[in-house]
Every structure is written in structure tokens, then in C-alpha cells.
Design a binder for this molecule. Structure first.
Ligand SMILES: CC(C)(COP(=O)(O)OP(=O)(O)OC[C@H]1O[C@@H](n2cnc3c(N)ncnc32)[C@H](O)[C@@H]1OP(=O)(O)O)[C@@H](O)C(=O)NCCC(=O)NCCS
Length: 115
């Protein structure tokens, strides 16, 4: 899939967060928002438009988020995923995210550590 624009905005001067937005032609096909807390970043949301799923958009958004987080000197990137969301879990484990703690009810926290 050819993405026309992949826009990354680091929020404000303090670089406490980033929003990554993917467009195909003029259609918004995916977004990822994350906080860039110390010592690890945290993915707050990842969403791909239904019509664009299964074409690598989520993979590219997550890859970009990991690059930003690593370049910002964080030790890793964490996130929380619902236990029934096997599609997202497969995406995260393919990027070497590993479960490290139970989250809110029905959720598990995962982290990808930079080595
Ligand atoms: C989860 C989500 C972001 C994945 O985005 P996507 O662009 O469809 O994913 P990609 O095409 O980049 O696929 C990446 C990997 O996800 C997994 N995956 C994607 N679609 C899948 C499906 N239908 N069934 C099983 N695994 C799937 C695979 O591991 C895939 O890797 P592969 O292509 O090498 O097999 C998307 O399905 C989505 O927006 N879901 C609703 C919101 C959501 O659940 N967000 C995550 C909250 S934690």
C-alpha cells in the first residue's frame, strides 16, 4: 500500500507526546498517539480505518512510533491491549512486545524494550 503522507507531530516544545497520521490519497487511513514519558513511551491509541486494515498500515504506524521513542532516548515503548483483541496482540508480539503486567480488568500491559 502506498501511503502518500505520513505526518508526525511531536507535541509542543516539551516533546511529551507524538501523533502519527497516515493518509492514502486524501483519505485518513490510520492514527497512532503516544506519550513520551520517562523512562518509557506509552501508546495511547492505534486505529486503522476498517477499509485499510490488513495492508500494513498498523505495522508502519507502530514502526514509526518505535523509531521516535528510541530516538528520544526512552528505554522502551509500552501499551495496554484488551485480552480479546487477538489481531492487535499478534501485531504487537511480531514487534517483540512482551506482556509484563495485568492492566485494567480484561487488559494486559505489554512492553517493547530497546536493547
Ligand atoms: C489492530 C490494527 C491497528 C491493525 O492494523 P492493520 O493495519 O490492519 O495491521 P497490519 O496490516 O499492519 O498487520 C500487522 C499485523 O497484525 C496482525 N493482523 C492484522 N490483521 C489481522 C487479522 N485479520 N487477523 C489476525 N492478525 C492480523 C498480523 O500479525 C499482521 O502481520 P502480518 O501482516 O505480517 O501477518 C487494526 O486492526 C485496528 O485498527 N483495529 C481496531 C482498533 C484496535 O484494536 N487498536 C489496537 C488497540 S490496542
Amino acid at each position: 500500500m502506498q501511503l502518500n503522507w505520513l505526518i508526525t507531530k511531536i507535541d509542543s516544545d516539551t516533546a511529551t507526546g507524538a501523533t502519527i497520521v497516515a493518509f492514502e490519497d486524501n483519505n485518513l487511513v490510520g492514527t497512532l498517539t503516544m506519550s513520551l514519558a520517562e523512562p518509557a513511551g506509552f501508546v495511547r491509541s492505534l486505529f486503522v480505518a476498517e477499509a485499510a486494515r490488513g495492508k500494513g498500515v498498523g505495522r508502519r504506524l507502530l514502526s514509526r512510533a518505535l523509531q521516535i521513542c528510541h530516538a528520544g532516548g526512552r528505554t522502551g515503548l509500552a501499551l495496554s491491549v484488551k485480552d480479546t483483541n487477538t489481531v492487535a496482540q499478534q501485531l504487537y508480539t511480531s514487534f517483540d512486545f512482551v506482556p509484563y503486567a495485568r492492566g485494567n480488568e480484561g487488559y494486559t500491559n505489554y512492553i517493547h524494550l530497546f536493547r
